[in-house]
Design a protein. Structure first.
Length: 220
């Protein structure tokens, strides 16, 4: 073997060692870091991010009860419509109040609203706001109040009367619970013990002890 051939073999061996060392170091601490999640992947978990909200971020609220009742009035009374009024559940003796939104056709304005009355179970409801006259373009509100007198479901109606005598009737529904009472009723006072009456002992008369004849003097 010549000297040149020997040098080539040494260089080739050295290159092989370097290649092996580089391959082993690729998975060590000096290797490349795996890519992490991008900003768009973590936005949903951010407090103010735009991702899917968590259980506490839905912003839902409980149903307050009642309904968004609406009445649509048209010049042709047959085209007028009304949605049922569902009153909020309450207790006997506690009033419930409801707003009814009144809308009117702009192409066919109805006659002015002349009267609003309501009746539930034979009792007339209190009209808080009547919205009488011509219904404005942006609508108006009729507000009424009812106080149930007995527990259970009840039905009634709200009647809107126009200036030409036509009417629109809106069904009213609701339910009342039994009024709650206190756990402790009125207490009945027990029998009272009369206080003993004390009298002063009988004081002897200046003339002596009472005699048998009641004169107050002793008989001699």
């Amino acid at each position: 073997m010549t000297a040149a051939t020997a040098r080539r073999l040494v260089v080739a061996a050295a290159l092989a060692v370097l290649a092996t060392t580089a391959a082993c170091g690729a998975g060590g601490d000096g290797g490349p870091t795996p890519p992490g999640p991008t900003g768009t992947e973590t936005a949903g978990t951010q407090e103010n991010g735009t991702g899917t909200p968590g259980p506490d971020e839905t912003g839902t609220t409980s149903d307050p009860g009642g309904s968004d009742a609406q009445v649509f009035l048209d010049a042709d009374n047959e085209e007028s419509t009304a949605s049922d009024i569902e009153l909020t559940r309450t207790q006997v003796g506690e009033p419930v109040q409801e707003d009814v939104e009144i809308k009117a056709s702009k192409e066919r304005p109805p006659p002015p609203l002349q009267d609003v009355r309501g009746e539930i179970k034979g009792h007339e409801v209190e009209i808080v706001e009547g919205c009488l006259g011509e219904v404005p373009s942006d609508g108006c509100t009729v507000t009424f109040r009812y106080t149930p007198t007995e527990p259970g479901p009840y039905d009634g109606e709200l009647t809107l009367t126009m200036a030409d005598g036509s009417t629109v009737t809106v069904p009213v529904h609701g339910e009342a619970d039994e009024a709650t009472t206190s756990d402790t009723g009125p207490t009945t006072p027990g029998p009272t013990t009369p206080e003993p009456v004390t009298t002063d002992p009988e004081t002897p008369s200046e003339h002596g002890t009472p005699s048998e004849d009641g004169t107050g003097e002793q008989q001699t």
